[in-house]
Design a protein around this ligand. Structure first.
Ligand SMILES: [Zn+2]
Ligand SMILES: [Zn+2]
Length: 344
């Protein structure tokens, strides 16, 4: 299976958090957290359509300025999501600059901000050509866990305790379309951007009888099919990919239960492990996880792959020991969970 999402941490485990998730064959990406993003190439930053910010501690939000800087003067709609107080935080950043020349840009950037509360969201829209003054009054909508949804995928969030509210995220593909290479060959087709259009048509649940044009060979050749007949020959549907991201959370009972619910059976979980198990008390005081706690959460949630990050700089040179503590806890909790499943 060729995955649709290709998540990667922007920085090393001791540096600022940020998970970049580009989409296969699309000039598009989403990002979880906006710490220092200078290591991300400009062309990658420009792929970002949606940025999800866990909380506005500086190490998770300082990259906002770079994202904004690169997006100015481009025909972009940027959607940003964050915890309670997020609108005020972003408005404060926008108020820190002079915007007297931005109405001259040919392409107006627009920002759509969503602030997430336990029961509702507050959305507000800002345009560069209006010098980032809000376009309308804030719009309140009920919130039941899904922050953003498109035919192909959705992003869910939950609010956790980090002495302040902190969001965790999960992106889930609706289903996965595997392309059968032999099918392509039989029909005389070659892969290309038309496959993205084909998949989008399946996600939209377009009428199987509708006509579909496959423009291949660098758009030089075209063949026509009914969508359903083409799907039968070249597509195999499997469960969608799920990627989750958890950071800056205290190991409380309420957090644990809700973290496991959000990240359950993810294909890949990215989770903070700021402290080693021997410093459990410091972790609790600072509202972070230890290595063992991170591994235990991942194993209990039966995630298939696990990556830890956000190590405290006090452990510089001890990366291997930290990863070992995580792996041991993950494997034993995973096994226990499987045994419970077999018993039950
Ligand atoms: Zn924090
Ligand atoms: Zn942090």
């Amino acid at each position: 299976m060729r995955p649709s999402f290709h998540p990667r941490l922007i920085n090393g485990p001791f540096d600022d958090p940020g998970l970049f998730i580009p989409f296969q064959f699309q000039n598009r990406a989403v990002i979880f957290d906006l710490g220092d993003i200078n290591r991300l190439a400009s062309k990658d930053i420009l792929k970002i359509s949606h940025a999800f910010v866990s909380h506005t501690h500086m190490d998770h939000f300082i990259g906002f300025d770079r994202l904004l800087r690169l997006s100015l003067g481009r025909p972009k709609n940027l959607s940003l999501y964050g915890p309670p107080g997020f609108l005020e935080n972003v408005e404060g950043k926008l108020a820190g600059y002079s915007w007297n020349l931005v109405d001259k840009y040919n392409y107006p950037l627009s920002l759509r901000l969503t602030e997430v509360h336990p029961q509702y969201t507050v959305c507000r829209h800002y345009r560069c050509r209006d010098r980032f003054k809000p376009v309308q009054d804030p719009v309140k909508q009920s919130f039941s866990g899904i922050l953003h949804e498109e035919p192909a995928f959705k992003v869910s969030a939950a609010i956790f305790d980090h002495s302040i509210p902190c969001l965790g995220f999960s992106i889930r593909e609706r289903f996965h379309v595997n392309i059968i290479k032999d099918g392509l060959k039989t029909l005389g087709l070659t892969p290309g951007p038309w496959l993205t259009e084909f998949k989008q048509a399946l996600y939209r649940q377009a009428d199987p009888a509708s006509k579909f044009e496959a423009k291949f060979d660098r758009q030089k050749s075209a063949k026509h099919f009914s969508l359903g007949a083409l799907a039968q020959k070249i597509a195999r549907i499997t469960p969608g990919q799920k990627i989750s991201y958890i950071t800056d959370v205290v190991y409380s009972q309420s957090n644990r239960k809700r973290i496991v619910a959000l990240v359950k059976e993810s294909d890949h979980l990215f989770i903070e492990a700021a402290f080693m198990e021997q410093d459990r008390e410091i972790a609790e005081r600072k509202h972070h996880l230890t290595t063992r706690q991170a591994g235990h959460l991942a194993g209990t949630a039966q995630v298939k792959q696990l990556t830890v990050f956000h190590f405290s700089p006090r452990y510089t040179g001890m990366e291997q020991q930290m990863r070992q503590e995580v792996t041991t806890a993950y494997e034993s909790s995973f096994r226990q969970q499987v045994e419970i499943g077999l018993d039950g």
